[in-house]
Design a protein around this ligand. Structure first.
Ligand code: ZN
Ligand code: ZN
Length: 375
């Protein structure tokens, strides 16, 4: 069948049925929070729970069963992909279909995902389902589940991390003054695809000279010059799962200032990675990174949080920021990415995707941090 060839191999190499297992974990959580039904509209959450990768769909998870409403473009695909879920083809609008189902089945209370359901959609459900239905926000139930990855997910991120690291390592000997930021970014994304990635998980950053001081610079038509810092922030996506890695290089013989800045950021990153352990509050990983930068008098130049969860989305929970109390768990995958940014001078950031493994942190983006000087 042509469609099997085109669809990502989500089901292979995983435990017997990861989707059913995830649905069961969600049901247990729903029960403990007194949530009878959840209307899932965030597509990565639908993919997480069912394997369905289409660009439109609404999933309703109830105490015993789940329904997925799709439009005719996705009927065949969803029947093939969605595990343990009844697929309902809806020609008149999937939201309407879900609302009418809730009404027909006499559902009185349901929850929704407040960050993705628009007010207009909320209003439409209320109109279609009638007064009897009480709707309230679900909270981030599914996002909470996604903090702990299962074996198949970890394997996908590991492969994405390997491709990301390989692409950078292979490109490194070719980086030299005169190359243009946009060309390098395009080359990185091309190489990711050649190595089997579905694409880049986010717009690749190549930022050189003073532009490297913008933490989220977009690649420009600027050419790299001698005696400049260059930040590369890249991540491949494989089987729907992302990796995220940053390396900073210097073109030429680094000054003492550049050496000491680089070494401070590297120490900060290594120290923070050591604290990526089961049961550690994410705020503590952030403090570890900041403490080391403070020792070097640089903490005021570290202007963003230390990291974020990575998985089906490039930025997901947990956030590794000041005062965060969410604890890391064995199976969590997060980035650790301290950086310092000096206006008019440049920036240095070093980032890895890190798994909280049973024996401690495991870096999933294994590109060297030693080869940062290009002479
Ligand atoms: Zn990044
Ligand atoms: Zn990141």
């Amino acid at each position: 069948m042509v469609s099997s060839f085109l669809l990502p191999p989500m089901h292979s190499k995983q435990s017997p049925n990861p989707f059913r297992a995830r649905q069961e974990r969600l049901r247990a959580l729903m029960e403990s929070r007194g949530v009878p039904f959840i209307l899932v509209t965030h597509l990565p959450n639908i993919r997480y729970l069912t394997g369905f990768t289409g660009s439109a769909g609404i999933l309703l998870v109830g105490p015993r069963a789940g329904n997925l409403w799709v439009d005719p473009r996705y009927t065949l695909q969803s029947r093939e992909q969605a595990e343990g879920i009844e697929v309902i083809e809806e020609k008149q609008g999937i939201l309407k279909g879900a609302a009418i189902w809730l009404k027909k089945n006499g559902v009185r209370a349901a929850t929704f995902e407040a960050s993705t359901l628009t007010y207009a959609q909320f209003d439409q459900i209320r109109k279609e389902a009638g007064e009897i239905l009480h709707l309230k926000p679900a909270g981030d139930l599914i996002e909470e589940l996604r903090i702990v990855k299962d074996r198949g997910e970890i394997e996908a991120i590991r492969r994405a991390g390997k491709v990301t690291a390989e692409v950078f390592t292979e490109l490194l000997p070719q980086i030299r003054p005169g190359l243009v930021e946009q060309d390098l970014a395009a080359e990185i994304e091309f190489r990711m695809r050649k190595k089997g990635a579905e694409g880049a998980a986010f717009e690749t950053i190549v930022a050189s000279g003073p532009r490297s001081a913008y933490p989220h610079a977009r690649p420009s038509s600027k050419a790299l010059q001698e005696c400049e810092l260059v930040i590369f922030d890249l991540g491949a996506i494989l089987s729907g799962y992302a990796a995220d890695m940053t390396r900073t290089v210097y073109l030429g013989e680094p000054t003492r200032r550049v050496r000491s800045l680089y070494s401070a950021v590297l120490k900060s990153q290594e120290g923070a990675i050591r604290s990526v352990q089961d049961s550690t509050p994410t705020g503590e990983v952030d403090s570890a990174a900041r403490r080391i930068l403070a020792k070097h008098g640089l903490v005021q130049h570290f202007t963003h949080s230390t990291g974020h969860g990575v998985g089906l989305e490039i930025h997901e929970r947990p956030r590794l920021g000041k005062g965060e109390t969410t604890c890391l768990r064995s199976g969590s995958v997060v980035t650790v990415e301290p950086g310092v940014y000096l206006e008019g001078f440049g920036g240095i950031r070093i980032e890895d995707t890190v798994l909280v493994g049973p024996d401690g942190p495991e870096v999933l983006t294994p590109a060297s941090k030693e080869c940062w000087v290009i002479s």
